[in-house]
Design a protein around this ligand. Sequence first.
Ligand code: SAM
Length: 291
Amino acid sequence: MISTAPLARQHQFDKHAQHWDLLGSPLRPCAEDMRLMQSCFDKWYAAYRPAQSSTPLKALLLGVTPEIATQNWGVPVDLTAVDICQAMIAAVWPGDTPTRRALCADWLEMPDTKLAMPGTEHAFDMILADGVFVLLDYQTSYGKLARAVQRCLKGDGIFMVRPFLRPSVAEHWENIFEELQGKRIGSFHAFKWRLLMSLQGDDVRQGVAVVKAWEIYQRHVSSHAHLADVTGWPVEEIETIDAYQHSPAVYTFPSMDELIEIVSPYLFCTSQETGRYELAGRCPMLSFKPL
Ligand SMILES: C[S@@+](CC[C@H](N)C(=O)[O-])C[C@H]1O[C@@H](n2cnc3c(N)ncnc32)[C@H](O)[C@@H]1O
């Protein structure tokens, strides 16, 4: 395993790795998300390879999301996953095979022709991602990632991503706690995502420090055990919010327009599909083609 990522960023996701199994939708893609991704793939592939070439498609996965890594696309695919965090690869990656491998490197430095990923300039038929933008700084890194994706994709390739978008009308965090107490929220993860989005508000350039969500939660919920009693949610899932307590992470939730605009020098959005699960409207499946 070759590592090209700076040390601090490599370790930022160590906690995420420890509690990965406790995370659920919408933080991780559910079966419905994977059906949408497959249907976007099928439409693109029908036009891309009508003659059914026997050469495996070259795919790049941003991160090690196992639901995507293990998807059977119905045609041969050779998959390279890139993740900055060795602990995530160790905990979450379903394992290397002759047609699937994970590399420890920074998406923003792709295509890295010197070290981990030789020959990746315009080499991939498809690039796949879940979340990703949420972890990046809107001002500087969204454009860098879009440029990296464009440079790694073949000219007629596809980039499929499920971003996390804030709602068009911001929620008040006080209302979210009222809904929490009234048992009108379906899962702790949906609650966490709504809280973070509401705390960010409309300023995607500033984003939201995840520690802010932890502090407000502490002030409004007497204990994890009490919330587990009230909601029936597993206390271990509720405890995942403690990962925010000392975290330096700042998440960013753009609107659809903000996302499309900032990637527009490099990528053009060709389709948008939305599921029906809780918060699906904030997590659409988007397809892009490189410009
Ligand atoms: C693919 S994303 C999203 C997965 C999941 N849906 C979520 O939101 O938590 C999470 C992964 O991105 C990785 N990551 C974050 N920033 C990165 C970067 N600049 N380069 C490579 N991997 C990065 C983290 O190590 C983590 O494993």
